[in-house]
Ligand binder design. Structure first.
Ligand code: FES
Length: 160
């Protein structure tokens, strides 16, 4: 049974089995390399996707649970921003621009999850304090390089 969802703004028909974790579909069937396989247990957040403004861990959720939903990965953030602004296209989402300006990534593995979690946070709290950011990120995503200070600065820059 084919599953329909909207991935990064495009209507997509999925042919993988309904119980396949969304992460496997994104990477294997759709060729999106932004979301990463980290723990595979829903703990690290590297696989995060935005689903209707909520950050979800795609490694543990079957693709069928996203039927009919909008799913955004780091690749889709510029198009999401363009749509929000009513413009044709954007090269980068402000979160991605802030990430560059604050030189956040080291190994880069967690960055998709970090930016997705940031988008979810800013959707509900457009101007978070440092303590609010720490609280929102208390259960991840995790950064093995420990770039949390740069991440906090980038989130606040993106919120400006
Ligand atoms: Fe999904 Fe770690 S890979 S939470």
């Amino acid at each position: 049974m084919a599953i329909e969802l909207v991935v990064n703004g495009e209507k997509t028909t999925i042919t993988s089995a309904p119980d396949t974790p969304l992460l496997y579909v994104l990477r294997g069937e759709l060729g999106l390399s932004g979301p990463k396989f980290g723990c595979g247990l829903g703990q690290c957040g590297a696989c995060g996707v935005l689903s209707d403004d909520v950050a979800r861990r795609s490694c543990v959720r079957p693709v069928s649970t996203f039927e009919g939903q909008n799913v955004t990965t780091a690749e889709g953030l510029p198009a999401l921003w363009a749509k929000d602004q009513g413009i044709a296209e954007a090269d980068l989402h402000p979160i991605q621009q802030a990430w560059i300006e604050e030189q956040v990534p080291q190994c880069g593995y967690c960055q998709n999850g970090m930016m997705i979690a940031t988008a979810a946070l800013l959707a509900t709290n457009p101007n978070p304090s440092v303590s609010e950011i720490k609280e929102a990120f208390a259960s991840g995503p995790l950064c093995r390089c420990g770039t949390y200070d740069q991440i906090i600065r980038a989130i606040q820059r993106a919120a400006e």
